[in-house]
Design a protein around this ligand. Sequence first.
Ligand SMILES: [Zn+2]
Ligand SMILES: [Zn+2]
Length: 166
Amino acid sequence: MEEDVSAIEAGAARLLGVEVRRLGPLPEPDYAFDVRRGQYSSVAVMRAFAAAAPAGDAKVVGICERDLFIPMLTFVFGQAQLGGRLAIVSLARLRQEFYGLPADRTAFLSRALKEVAHEVGHTFGLAHCPDQACSMSVSTDIRQVDGKRAEYCRSCAAVVRELTAR
Ligand SMILES: [Zn+2]
Ligand SMILES: [Zn+2]
């Protein structure tokens, strides 16, 4: 997990052209566990994350090992405050093992970076992008994650660049 998070941090710093700093771990989200679904409520995790995140201007991304859901969906890869600061990404369904396949760390890290880029993009106010290669395109299953890139398309990248420029 440590090495994975370091790799995701480095990838995000490179992709977004920003400095990335690691914050301390948060407690296990037992409070968000839904016994009937065997998953964790994304909204409850986000609420606790919002209470724990430091104040400031920086975007804060929570990396979560647990499988997240919202009531109307089977699962979510992540969640973000649209035009806000906070985003969470679940790693649970990004590993090949989840699908009964042999582990593939390269694929896993690539997927994680795409989902971080996607959720961070929402915090920059970006909506879902019709360009299926853009990381802001919507992913409702792992094939769609694999079909897109971590990079933003030109128009999404322009928005992020403008908002990350100082
Ligand atoms: Zn999205
Ligand atoms: Zn785009």
